[in-house]
Design a protein. Structure first.
Length: 574
């Protein structure tokens, strides 16, 4: 199905989506007494923001309707699953603000019951052991326009199939030599119904079940049975499983499991611009060294977003804003950034930091004098109070705030121009010193002594306000500036012969190793978030120490989505 970009006006308001309408109708009809959903990740990688949407949806639905949500690991492929991923998933779900209580489950806990049900299907003549290779199974399955071709193994007797299946379990056959298939309809218009594989032989230890099994169920067989065992009422899946729903229902119906049966409902998965959501691709980025790990702040993983400093409230707000739909689409990453800013603007204390410092010498200010100025901790929250900053003859200012020769519409420091030093004084640039390459190395200026607090006594106005720090009163820090991991909105937009890797952004990380920050920031705890005035929102990285603070930029202050939202009606912005 073709993807499209979704304007904010089409995001459904809370409680109005089709999934909630289905659940309300089921409850009204008495189909269920308690709503039970589940979040069923496969522990073969770290969760990403697309999973966060599913987590928020499943847990929120259960909360809204007074039910519960299970956390269940679909651990049916031991060769790709690790304990590290299991622990990371639980950490991520809890960090997002959700709790499964006592309802933590593993598909592997149901392996014996699944096996017994598989034997039951064999006894009913609805499953058979097939000796075809994986390639032969694919070739004989047919196409969208041509029916499949039944293999000779389809005619095996019940007794032979049961014997072979038990020997498969006993470990008598090598990997890939045999599979158990459901006997449905090789001519079905739905390829998923053309005798799908139920079990394959895999001699591999399992991270949860150990060495107890050498045959493992396929997801399409395990998924509906897990839901039925746990009493799931509404099994929320992404759209790629829509064509699998008849098979989901077939297994439940043929096994004559008790009513009411779980209902699979599909919704559109999350796709973001400048981002890949494939766990396989994310694993490649990690293994091939394009990023520093699963929690690299450039990654769309929940671990990466957490390390970057994104608050969980912002992810939940984003999930609520985009809602759920029945058609695949691509959401502009700027909407996500807008949600992050919306939360941080209310909650992040303001601080001064100079990322690329150059010295400003106030030539008419006494040497050795120190003044203290009050600045607000958060203008959005008067209760946050004020803090005191020292002001001295020598200050650090941003190098990009100084030019020896101004460009058009440049209002910051250049010879003859006056600017405001936030909360302190008005200062006029008198001289800009540069090196042989033209880079600014020092600025000299004079303050207006009558402008204490940053206001001119005669009411004159200036067009720029700069942040600053007193030399000798700051702390050197490392600041990491992150940009999009990919250079194009669609990472797959490449010419022939190229791959998505060719769209990786070489400038996705810029490090400022000699930034200056307020002294108190050296004691900030890992994960604490701040707005560095005029620069963006930042968080303390786990690499940080009091001797060497390290900060990640969460998001810039610029908000293009907010500009778009201002043009919409109030109802469209909700």
């Amino acid at each position: 199905m073709a993807e499209r970009s979704v304007p904010i006006s089409q995001f459904p308001s809370e409680g109005s989506d089709f999934i909630r309408e289905i659940i309300r109708a089921d409850l009204a009809a008495g189909k269920h007494r308690t709503v039970i959903t589940r979040f069923p990740p496969e522990p073969n990688g770290y969760l990403h923001i697309g999973h966060a949407k599913a987590i928020c949806l499943n847990f929120t639905l259960a909360q809204e309707f007074g039910g519960r949500c299970h956390l269940r690991y679909d651990d049916t492929n031991p060769t790709k699953e690790e304990q590290e991923y299991i622990e990371a998933i639980e950490r991520d779900v809890r960090w997002l603000g959700f709790d499964w209580g006592q309802h933590l489950y593993f598909a592997s806990d149901y392996f014996e019951q699944m096996y017994q049900w598989a034997e039951q299907l064999i006894l009913k003549g609805q499953a058979y052991v097939c000796d075809c290779t994986p390639d032969e199974v694919r070739e004989k399955r047919g196409t969208l326009t041509e029916p499949g071709i039944p293999c000779e193994h389809r005619q095996r007797s019940v007794e032979e199939n049961l014997n072979l299946f038990r020997r498969m379990r006993a470990g008598e056959f090598p990997d890939g030599s045999r599979v158990l298939r459901a006997k449905i309809d090789m001519a079905s218009g739905n390829i998923n119904m053309r005798d799908p594989v139920m079990y394959r032989i895999l001699h591999a230890p399992h991270p949860h079940a150990g060495d107890a099994w050498c045959i493992y169920p396929m997801y399409d067989y395990a998924h509906p049975l897990e839901d039925a065992i746990e009493g799931i009422t509404h099994s929320i899946c992404t759209l790629e499983f829509e064509d699998h729903r008849p098979l989901y229902d077939w297994f439940i119906d043929q096994l004559e499991l008790p009513e009411p049966h779980p209902q699979q409902i599909e919704f559109a998965r999350l796709n973001l611009t400048y981002t890949v959501m494939s766990k396989r691709r994310l694993l490649e980025l990690v293994q091939e060294g394009f990023v520093r790990g699963w929690d690299d702040p450039r990654m769309p993983t929940i671990a990466g977003l957490r390390r970057r400093g994104v608050p969980p409230e912002a992810i939940r707000l984003f999930a609520e804003r985009i809602g759920v739909a029945k058609r695949n689409s691509v959401v502009d990453v700027q909407l996500f950034e807008h949600c992050v800013r919306e939360v941080l603007n209310r909650t992040a204390p303001r601080r001064f930091a100079v990322l690329d410092p150059v010295k400003l010498v106030i030539t008419n200010y006494p040497e050795g004098q120190v003044e203290w100025f009050s600045v607000p901790n958060n203008p959005e929250d008067p209760a946050a109070g004020q803090r005191q900053l020292p002001f001295t003859r020598e200050l650090w200012v941003e190098r990009e705030d100084v030019r020896a020769y101004p460009l058009p519409k440049y209002f910051r420091l250049y010879p003859g121009n006056e600017v405001r030093l936030r909360g302190a004084y008005l200062v006029t640039c008198r001289e800009v010193l540069t090196d042989d390459t033209g880079q600014v190395v020092e600025v000299r200026g004079e303050i207006d002594p009558q402008s204490r607090g940053g206001q001119a006594p005669d009411g004159r106005r200036v067009k720029a306000t700069l942040h600053w720090l007193a030399v000798g009163h700051g702390v050197e820090a490392e600041v990491r500036l992150y940009d999009y991991l990919f250079a194009k909105p669609d990472p797959d937009d490449v010419p022939a012969g190229r791959t998505w890797r060719d769209n990786l952004n070489p400038n996705s990380l810029t490090v400022r190793p000699h930034a200056q920050v307020e002294p108190a920031l050296a004691q900030a705890a890992v994960g604490e978030r701040f707005q560095f005035e005029r620069l963006g929102y930042f968080a303390v990285d786990p690499d940080s120490t009091p001797q060497r603070p390290v900060f990640n930029r969460i998001v810039t202050l610029k908000d293009e989505w907010a500009k778009v939202a201002k043009t919409l009606t109030p109802s469209a912005r909700s």
